[in-house]
Design a protein around this ligand. Structure first.
Ligand code: B1N
Length: 850
């Protein structure tokens, strides 16, 4: 049997050895014991699981550091162009197994642990997830770092070391409760504190201007200063020595402690400065796809971006002195949504005020080094900061933004000079960076997306449909002015974490079939699985792997809910942030419909029902009441169904608490069916859809985001006769019809089954738990207005659910499709995405440690 060992040992190929650290099991074992004793002060005779985990992590960290230093040394010597991925979020998850497997050290480390009396997988669960992100956007950044390291691209991530990451979700009496994510209490062996890498970051104060001749010198005299200290998180590449770096900043006070205040007896204010400084990086704002207009959020953004740019410029100056015109050949900055966009003003500030460049030179350089990715089209989701707030905290930057805006509008005057005057002015107003609040004309706002588009050389969306939509909606005017600025970069996910490591049995089977593990870094090779879809023996093995993964999820469900589930049932999964546009509510409605149908059947009729275990998981933003209602409804409906003796063998519904990266790693490989049912035109891309496809889970979805491209790939592998949508379960209205349907929603005649279900919910079939507001949001046109068109898509959704059942009864065909899904998933590797960014936006080339 060609098993896990073969790929974990790199198919017998010799690992490129730069390591001075031995990796045989005996040495690892004794080194881990030494770490337990000397690093943790533990007792060799009593190595608890936590100590064993820490000992192992400290041992691995030395490998990582050695490789990271080798990588950085090479890069310093060769001075290639670098990409800096600026992101307020990096959703990394756990590191232990990812590190061991990327370093191809699984076997010796598993053995060394056995000597200590531990199983590697069990021990790995001791690690707390690094949840420094909300959802897709943060996890995308993490997948990109993995791909960059694996492809030997010179690049770093830059972000914030939140003391508390994404909150832990607890469900109490059916309601979501948020508990702080205290993830650092046991220490974090995966980061290296860098007290030698510190930069001041300032806020507030006023400007002092001195005019000499035609030159105006602006000095910013801030009234608040904090220190940014770096923490480096090494990012191992797979099958390479290269190790990248994620540099996260922590905010510290300039003066730890006010001894004066203390001596005067004012003990509490002695800590004031410390508290204020540390607040900046203390907590991640838990909003996905919506902005948080809090001043502290602006401070977070400026804080990490300023430290990052100062850091990059300091390194640049060591090599190139003041030759800043070389900067665009050596560095580029990718803005992960608008969150780091203040960096555009900061770059101008640093170049003009600190380095003495003139405005034109500074602006020229700035627009050559920034590129911007947009991740959402909901207009209300675009960040806009009140000028008042911006001026209070960043007076110099506000002024810089105003100058940029003035010059931009002058440029437009010229560029649009052919247009009739009124029309031209309207266009300029629409494209202004600083403009009035549409709800309150008194208030002026800085539109961060407009600043990002104007200050970047490239703007991209994250799936083809999304990139097309931004050109015709939120950035329509800009696209008219700069048609060539706009690109598409369809998202991708790392096949290492999301297939190879989280579904090792499937990876082993694939390697056995393809006769090589090259597919792990060249995912297009997965196409080689196509003929195996027709091989009954192979399909049997494929199903056996799925069944084993379902057992693992079954055990998790038991652990979380106390219930046993039948793993021969269809596992039907929807996991993502809870949001009205993602329509978890629609999913629940179809589960209720299924419940009603089963209840109405005779025992004989029930024999033909396809048993399903439905799972929903995800967090709701703390202040998002409608999303919290949906969570309550899932729980309430689940309680009714799961305890109904007539139904519970045929249907279950579970809400699994505290969805995070680690839970996803257990759920995704176990899915038979996954749901991606956002209203067409609302989900920019989605990325879990790609993970499910890789793991051979069939997709039930709308023609939205990356679902469309997934459908195209699945059609392509079936041959020239297949149409887009063949092999998936697609339903729902077209994105182009949505605006019209929204207007006509009032007149829409709802399906009788819809009305019946709404009545059930209202009259308390699932408990009298105040579901009125939720029900009204999709029915009462004076309250909500069913903005996401659940009613319009309800009937076709039920129809396609019937198709799912029919297909499940033909297991040969189901499994055949499952194999074809994996076979056609190569496009959605983040390696593909990153090579496109590298070639088409960054102009960065690989540079590998020999
Ligand atoms: O980014 C993902 C996409 O796959 C998803 O479709 C998209 O919804 C997601 C403000 C966001 N868009 N916007 C955010 C996150 C945090 C925040 O504070 C907005 N996340 C997305 C990756 O492209």
């Amino acid at each position: 049997r060609l098993d896990v060992v073969s790929f974990r040992n790199n198919n017998g190929r010799k690992r490129a050895e730069t390591s001075k650290k031995p990796t045989d099991p005996e040495t690892v074992h004794s080194d881990v014991l030494a770490k337990v004793e000397f690093n943790s002060g533990g007792n060799r005779g009593q190595v608890t699981a936590l100590l064993a985990y820490q000992g192992l992590a400290w041992n691995l960290r030395e490998h990582l550091m050695e490789r990271m230093i080798a990588t950085q040394n090479l890069w310093r010597e060769k001075d290639p162009k670098f990409v800096y991925y600026l992101s307020a979020e990096f959703l990394m998850g756990r590191s232990l197994l990812n590190t061991i497997q990327n370093l191809e050290l699984y076997e010796p480390y598993a053995q060394a642990l056995k000597m200590l009396g531990y199983n590697l997988e069990t021990l790995a669960e001791k690690e707390r997830d690094a949840s420094l992100g909300n959802g897709g956007l943060g996890r995308l950044a993490a997948c990109f770092l993995d791909a960059m390291a694996t492809m030997n691209l010179p690049g770093w991530g830059y972000g914030i070391r939140y003391k508390y990451g994404m909150f832990k979700q607890i469900i109490k009496d059916g309601e979501q409760m948020e508990v702080p994510d205290v993830w650092l209490t046991d220490g974090n062996p995966w980061e290296v504190r860098r007290p030698d890498v510190v930069f001041p970051v300032s806020f507030g104060g006023k400007l002092k201007k001195t005019v000499t001749g035609s030159h105006e010198l602006v000095e910013w005299i801030p009234d608040e200063q904090v220190i940014a200290m770096a923490y480096d998180v090494p990012i191992p590449g797979f099958n390479t020595q290269n190790t990248g770096n994620l540099r996260l900043w922590e905010s510290l006070p300039v003066n730890e402690f006010d001894l004066d205040a203390f001596n005067k007896g004012d003990i509490l204010s002695a800590y004031n400065e410390k508290g204020r400084a540390e607040a900046i990086t203390s907590v991640l704002y838990p909003n996905d796809s919506t902005p948080e207009g809090k001043a502290l959020r602006l401070k977070q953004q400026y804080f990490f971006v300023s430290a990052s740019l100062q850091d990059v410029l300091a390194r640049f100056k060591k090599v190139h002195g003041n030759q800043f015109d070389l900067l665009p050949e050596k560095a580029c900055f990718q803005l992960n949504d608008t969150h780091p966009t203040i960096g555009i003003a900061e770059m101008v500030h640093l170049l003009v005020d600190k380095e003495g460049l003139d405005w034109e030179a500074a602006w020229g350089i700035t627009t050559k080094v920034f590129a911007f990715t947009n991740h959402t089209i909901m207009p209300e989701a675009l960040e806009k900061w009140p000028v008042k707030v911006m001026r209070e905290f960043l007076p110099r930057h506000m002024e810089i933004i105003e100058t940029i805006d003035t010059q931009w509008q002058a440029f437009l005057e010229e560029k649009l000079s052919e247009m009739p005057k009124a029309e031209k002015q309207a266009a300029i107003d629409r494209m202004a960076i600083v403009h009035p609040n549409q709800w309150n004309k008194e208030e002026m706002l800085v539109n961060m997306a407009h600043l990002a588009v104007v200050g970047s050389h490239t703007v991209n969306g994250v799936a083809q449909i999304h990139s097309d939509i931004i050109k015709s909606t939120i950035f329509k005017d800009f696209h008219g002015v700069f048609p060539l600025k706009f690109q598409n970069k369809t998202n991708g996910v790392t096949p290492r974490r999301w297939l190879v490591f989280s579904n090792t049995d499937l990876a082993t089977l694939i390697t056995e079939a393809l006769g090589t593990q090259e597919w792990m870094t060249n995912c297009k090779l997965l196409e080689g699985l196509k003929p195996f879809a027709e091989d009954a023996e192979f399909r049997k093995k494929w199903s056996a792997v799925k069944r084993k993964n379902k057992e693992r999820l079954g055990a998790k469900i038991r652990e979380l809910t106390g219930d046993d589930v039948d793993t021969s049932s269809m596992f039907d999964i929807q996991i993502k942030r809870i949001h009205e546009y993602k329509r978890q509510f629609l999913n629940v409605l179809s589960v209720i419909r299924r419940y009603n149908t089963i209840k109405a059947m005779t025992p004989e009729e029930r024999k033909s029902v396809v048993p399903r275990v439905c799972v929903i998981a995800g967090k709701a933003a703390s202040s998002y009441e409608r999303a919290k209602d949906i969570i309550r409804l899932v729980g309430a409906v689940g309680d009714t169904i799961n305890t109904d003796p007539e139904v519970r063998d045929l249907l279950r519904l579970y809400f699994l608490p505290d969805y995070n990266v680690s839970l996803a790693e257990v759920i995704i490989p176990a899915a038979d069916l996954s749901q991606h049912i956002s209203t067409a035109g609302t989900e920019a891309s989605g990325t879990s859809n790609m993970k499910f496809q890789m793991n051979g889970s069939l997709i039930l979805g709308t023609m939205d985001g990356a679902n469309i491209e997934i459908a195209e790939e699945i059609a392509a592998i079936q041959g020239p006769d297949a149409k887009v949508g063949d092999g998936l379960f697609i339903f729902g209205v077209d994105a182009k019809d949505v605006p019209k349907l929204r207007k006509e929603r009032k007149e829409f005649k709802t399906d009788p089954r819809w009305d019946e279900i709404m009545d059930m919910i209202k009259k308390g079939t699932f408990g009298n738990d105040k579901f009125e507001a939720l029900v009204d949001s999709v029915n009462d046109m004076t309250v909500g207005n069913d903005w996401f068109l659940l009613a319009n898509d309800f009937a076709t959704y039920l129809d396609v659910q019937d198709e799912v059942d029919a297909m499940w009864k033909n297991q040969d065909e189901w499994v055949r499709r499952s194999i074809l899904y994996t076979a056609s998933s190569g496009k959605f590797s983040s390696d593909r995405t990153i090579s496109q960014y590298a070639e088409e936006i960054w102009d960065v080339q690989p540079l590998a440690v020999a």
